[in-house]
Design a protein around this ligand. Structure first.
Ligand code: FE2
Length: 397
């Protein structure tokens, strides 16, 4: 019997190397074999050396855990880290996404004590950078930190949020702090898209970003600095929104149009929260069947936007973000003027952001090469918007 692809949506993949040996499992673990998902170990059983070699012999790389057990399982792994956890990271992408959160180096102030532990990813290893807690806060200066990405455990996110609030109180407002606080907010929106409260706050953030862009266009450049681990979907959403607002300001949209564009661009991929992480984080090309599922994220995004009661122009912008002027896009294969104006803007910014963002096993393109691809595909995009976009990037990147 062939597996229902939607069934996979209920599970998330876990690398076998991450599962501690001989410790009682907090939930059932599954495997996918011959197109079927089966229980491999039950809650309370142990992941033994024998179990590990069975998996190896079956050439299975990922075990599956039910999405409903995700939190329990993450805490379990964090509590019983495998012995050489920090020095033998076999799948940096999965680990970083599941357990760590990358923070902006520029947000670390030497004046404000840090209440959470910092890790440094120097490209090869993940090292402990500063061990701190609420009971034992410590200060750190940026200069003392060597090259690499600074990460925190996801369980410390609320402490980081408090730290940023303190930073806003103590220092003058800064685009990088705005980016960090917006990222945290987007993370929440992407984990609970139906929460309308967050959406109101994000509206205020969009206004703040528009203000920055108006007062000092160079401020948007700082928001667009992309680093190699910024590959969460909400960071993509943030970057697409920043590009869209920069383009919107360039073509002199009204305040209201900018706000609609900001909302549509920040939520354009929100439906990905309903797509299996196995498909979203797959390394390599999707099969035809998987791509069909992937494409449904547009309709899923529209449904969420409709449930939130958003403006029609926002919903159309979201619905059309993968449409192409020559009718080769999806899901509706619309052509030319059938595509909404906001949809046309997002489609350019989204394509550019995708090309310049690193993916597992795939290097990002330089801004120049990404723009060359858009120019080669010019039949897909609105000519005047694409021209303005290229001129704009020429100035800010
Ligand atoms: Fe998309």
């Amino acid at each position: 019997m062939s597996i229902q692809i939607r069934e996979i949506d209920n599970y998330f993949p876990v690398k076998t190397e991450l599962i501690p040996l001989n410790i009682k499992l907090p939930c059932d673990i599954f495997i996918q074999e011959n197109d079927e998902i089966k229980v491999f170990l039950k809650k309370g059983e142990y992941f033994s050396i024998e179990a590990k070699s069975t998996i190896k012999n079956k050439k299975i790389e990922n075990l599956l855990v039910k999405n409903s057990d995700r939190k329990i399982f993450q805490n379990f792994i964090l509590e019983f880290k495998p012995k050489d956890y920090f020095n033998n990271i076999l799948d940096r992408y999965v680990i970083n996404n599941e357990f760590f959160y990358k923070i902006e180096r520029e947000c670390l102030s030497p004046e404000i004590p840090i209440t959470f532990t910092l890790y440094l990813n120097d490209g090869n290893n993940l090292n402990l950078l500063l061990e701190a807690s609420e009971e034992n806060p410590k200060k750190i200066s940026q200069e003392s930190i060597s090259e690499g990405d600074i990460l925190i455990s996801k369980k410390d996110l609320n402490l980081y949020e408090k730290y940023l609030q303190q930073l806003i109180k103590d220092t003058k407002s800064d685009p990088i702090i705005l980016k960090e606080t917006t990222k945290l907010l987007l993370r929440e929106i992407y984990s609970d898209p139906t929460n309308k409260k967050n959406l109101l706050i994000v509206g205020d953030k969009i206004d703040e970003i528009i203000e920055y862009g108006k007062v000092e266009p160079q401020a948007l450049k700082r928001l667009l600095i992309m680093k190699k681990l910024d590959n969460y979907s909400y960071v993509h959403a943030f970057n697409v929104m920043t590009l869209c607002l920069a383009l919107g300001l360039k073509i002199k949209l009204s305040e209201n149009e900018l706000r609609l564009l900001g909302l549509a661009s920040i939520l354009h991929d929100i439906g990905k929260t309903n797509i299996s992480p196995i498909i979203l984080s797959k390394i390599g090309k999707l099969t035809e069947k998987e791509f069909e599922v992937y494409k449904t994220h547009v309709i899923e995004s529209v449904k969420i936007a409709e449930d939130l009661g958003l403006h029609k122009e926002v919903i159309d912008g979201i619905a059309h973000h993968h449409e192409k002027l020559n009718g080769t896009g999806y899901p509706f294969k619309l052509k030319g003027e059938q595509i909404s104006f906001i949809g046309k803007i997002i489609s350019i910014c989204d394509a550019y952001e995708m090309l310049t963002t690193p993916k597992p096993m795939k290097y990002p393109l330089s801004p120049y090469n990404a723009l060359m691809i858009l120019v080669n595909d010019k039949k897909c995009y609105d000519k005047s918007l694409l021209e303005t976009f290229i001129k704009m990037l020429g100035r800010i990147i």
